[in-house]
Design a protein. Structure first.
Length: 92
């Protein structure tokens, strides 16, 4: 789960979501390596989150979502990123 602008959003790394994320940010293994090294760019994190949203609230645009993640701060997004990466690696 990721809270953006006060709204709780569920993240699900489905196969189609991960394929879409890979098409945008490149291979997931490289993304995981960058995250482990502290080199994951904010845009990459937002892209991964966006593609893994289980449901998008009506009217939520990618730009508004990205602004909400940035406004919430990296400290707030990091736990969701850790869980999501763990699920990707574990195949959940």
């Amino acid at each position: 789960m990721l809270r953006v602008a006060g709204v709780a959003l569920v993240l699900r790394p489905s196969f189609s979501a991960l394929v879409a994320a890979e098409q945008e940010v490149g291979p997931l293994f490289a993304l995981v390596e960058r995250a482990a090294e502290g080199r994951l760019a904010l845009g990459e994190m937002v892209a991964l989150f966006w593609h893994c949203l289980k449901e998008r609230p009506e009217g939520l645009t990618r730009e508004a979502f990205a602004d909400g993640v940035a406004a919430g701060g990296l400290a707030a997004a990091t736990p969701a990123l850790r869980v999501l990466i763990g699920q990707i690696l574990a195949g959940r």
